[in-house]
Design a protein around this ligand. Structure first.
Ligand code: 9D3
Length: 239
């Protein structure tokens, strides 16, 4: 699939996609990432991409036209239809379920904003969907774009080797947190590897791991166990 990214910091994106699973997926042509700088589509000697907000207030707002022209240039670089995402604190929080849907699309554009955000008319006219990384503040959309590209790339056929296989991941497999992992040495000043993992009894090991996963999920992320659609008369947590 192809992902076009609109950003004032194209080098940030190019660096972010260069390593590990994601870097390999790009090299193999499983994902094609292209960065576009709205400043290259701005007018005048100052190449202005932001201006003061109408109504007053602090900070600056990204102007419509440099973004719109950069998006048009990206659109014209490939014939496939483009699904446009704005990374925004006002978006829907990203989930693995949404990542899976996006990973099946032929083409995405990711719009990264800086300053206080983007002129709302650009969002109304050009953006299909807004996505947030979660309820905390970061300085711009680039890290969000990098997260999205990574999450999408590793779901492309052939991106992971057997050892990295995605099916056992939390949220991909059974929706539980992962069990703890251990490697050599068996004995260490920090503790000993649990005996069950050294037993060679694979059925017992599988049971132990499953129990660990369930216990950790219950303790750390009970929200993952909660019934997403409580039945009438059920306050939401089941039993
Ligand atoms: C501190 C500025 N805030 C004033 C109330 C608003 C604000 C504007 C722009 C907060 C953050 C940003 C920049 N953030 C993003 O572009 C962003 C983001 C985020 O901040 N949190 C979670 N996900 C995302 S995706 C893009």
């Amino acid at each position: 699939m192809r992902i076009d990214i609109l950003t004032l910091f194209p080098e940030f994106i190019r660096q972010a996609v260069a390593f590990g699973v994601l870097g390999r997926a790009c090299e193999r042509g499983l994902v094609e990432v292209e960065a576009w700088n709205p400043r290259d589509y701005a007018e005048g000697g100052y190449r202005r991409v932001d201006d003061r907000p109408f109504g007053g207030g602090p900070g600056m707002v990204m102007m419509i036209d440099p973004l719109s022209r950069a998006l048009a240039a990206a659109r014209e670089a490939d014939a496939r239809p483009l699904h446009v995402i704005h990374l925004s604190p006002q978006g829907q929080p990203l989930t693995q379920a949404r990542v899976r849907e996006l990973a099946a699309m032929p083409r995405l554009a990711l719009v990264c904003s800086r300053y206080e955000g983007v002129d709302e008319r650009f969002i109304e006219h050009e953006v299909d969907e807004e996505i947030s990384l979660g309820d905390y503040v970061i300085s711009g959309g680039e890290l969000g774009a990098a997260v999205l590209v990574d999450a999408i790339a590793r779901l492309q056929e052939g991106a992971l080797n057997d050892a990295e296989s995605a099916v056992q991941d939390s949220f991909e497999g059974d929706g539980l947190l992962d069990c703890p992992h251990y490697t050599r040495p068996v004995d260490h000043p920090f503790g000993r590897v649990p005996d069950v993992l050294l037993s060679g009894n694979h059925a017992e090991i599988a049971r132990w791991r499953r129990a660990q996963s369930e216990a950790r999920t219950r303790e750390r992320r009970p929200d993952l166990l909660a019934d997403p659609e409580p039945s009438p008369g059920n306050a939401g947590r089941g039993g």
